[in-house]
Design a protein around this ligand. Sequence first.
Ligand SMILES: [Zn+2]
Length: 193
Amino acid sequence: MGVNARARISIETVRWQMCAIALRSCDLILGCVDSIAEREQLETAARRYLTPYVDVGMDVHRMAQGFSIGGQVALSMPGGPCLRCMGIIDDRKLELEAQAYGAAGGRPQVVWPNGLLASLAVGFLVQLFTPWRKASELPLLLEFDGDAQTVSPSNKLLYLEEDACSHFADLTSLGDPLWGTEGLRKRKATAKS
Ligand SMILES: [Zn+2]
């Protein structure tokens, strides 16, 4: 509020799918969901609304000696490389995620990587909406090595054959399942009153 005293804050305490209309009017979506399937759904919704999507992901792996932590923050812009292009989502991961999650137990102490990755995601937001940097100059994928405690721009995208994403190539085919329903809902509410 110190930055914008007139900011309107709306808090929804339901799953994001239940307030998709509110999501549609956002200028940016930050996703911090647990599962790969969930982040695929959220990215698809963001592409449908032509909204930039910042995805935060972190994973804990059991090693011979303790645990290893890795993570990433990815900027998925409409028309640009998506999470599948970046290798964050693929069909094999979708199949395996149920077994892989929870390698460090049900309540792993991951407050420090979560805090770091969340701050990096806010960094994308600030850089997109203020004159810090041109959006075209932003690294789209930052990789976090929790063992070395380092964050680096990924070089994965250097190996993409094209900058354009083929997974959401035809944006018009995504459609908007809620298009028009908002007006319908309001008309119904008005008719009842
Ligand atoms: Zn893609």
